[in-house]
Ligand binder design. Structure first.
Ligand code: PAF
Length: 282
């Protein structure tokens, strides 16, 4: 596995591979790999001739009060895991290489970035789309892999990709869960034992919401109430948002029909977790 930190070298590598007729798959990450990241790498390995994994803790997508400084990092372990998955290139740019002095260009998707996480993390999606746009230009992927756990991110990146006309395909891979249902996330490492035990509340709330829909619930507020009741049983959990919206464009709906997304952000102590479920309403 090659390690590349120079953006220009990364671009040269990809352009040369593509010139030779090879397809390039990109898995963008912020590192501290978990089973979710590994599932994206595996899918890319199955589908592409060359697999590039970017590892860049992007300061632009963290708010001033957020966890940038303590975001978990373990490059040695990440490199070993990526090599085991047959990754061809680990792209590890420095912050100054991505945002050199004088950097002044940002990519912003409007509308879709306003509700849900966008409401509580101003500037977050602008940071995500700016860095993903740079990664698309530097890595020139034919296919890029994202996880469904960050559902709004996936929708926003899909909008940007279509709007700006990148000739690439996005693959959104299913959320990988631990045995009790907790979605794999690098931030799970922040949880102490009791918070970790109670973190199952997100998955249980989503399951209860899905069951309510299966049993005939058709009002968004009713499903939100069911999810909130589950979370209220866990004393360490505090809801940031619990919503049901139309899948794809995240529009609000009072009466549920078609494909909808149940979306949650919940604090367990000092740790903010998100999760979601996409449901077809019969
Ligand atoms: O999902 C993530 O890990 C990040 O938001 C991404 C897509 C790598 C951009 O920094």
């Amino acid at each position: 596995m090659h390690k590349i930190s120079d953006p220009k070298e990364m671009q040269r590598y990809s352009l040369e591979e593509k010139r030779q007729g090879h397809t390039v798959g990109l898995v963008p990450t912020m590192g501290y790999f978990h089973a979710g990241h590994l599932s994206l790498m595996r899918r890319a390995r199955q589908e592409c001739d060359r697999v590039v994994v970017s590892l860049f803790v992007n300061p632009l997508q963290f708010g001033p009060q957020e966890d940038l400084a303590r975001y978990p990092r373990d490059l040695g372990r990440d490199a070993a895991l990526a090599a085991q998955e047959g990754v061809d290139v680990l792209f590890l740019p420095e912050v100054e290489a991505i945002y050199p002095p004088g950097y002044a260009t940002y990519v912003e998707v409007t509308g879709l970035t306003e509700p849900l996480c966008g409401r509580y993390r101003p500037g977050h999606f602008r940071g995500v789309t700016t860095v993903v746009a740079k990664l698309f230009n530097l890595v020139q992927p034919d296919v890029a892999y994202f996880g469904q756990k960050d559902y709004q991110q996936a929708v926003v990146v899909a909008r940007m990709t279509a709007d700006l006309g990148w000739p690439l395909r996005l693959v959104i891979c299913p959320t990988v869960r631990e045995a009790d249902g907790l979605a794999a996330s690098s931030r799970n490492v922040y949880l102490n034992a009791e918070e970790r035990r109670q973190a199952v509340c997100l998955y249980q709330a989503l399951e209860a919401g899905k069951q309510a829909i299966a049993a005939g619930a058709r009002r968004a507020q009713e499903v939100v109430r069911v999810m909130a009741e589950v979370i209220a049983r866990y004393p360490l959990a505090r809801i940031e948002y619990a919503e049901v919206r139309r899948a794809g464009d995240l529009a609000t709906m009072e009466e549920l029909r078609g494909e909808v997304v149940l979306a949650l952000a919940v604090w367990l102590g000092q740790t903010r977790l998100i999760d979601n479920a996409v449901v077809e309403v019969g």
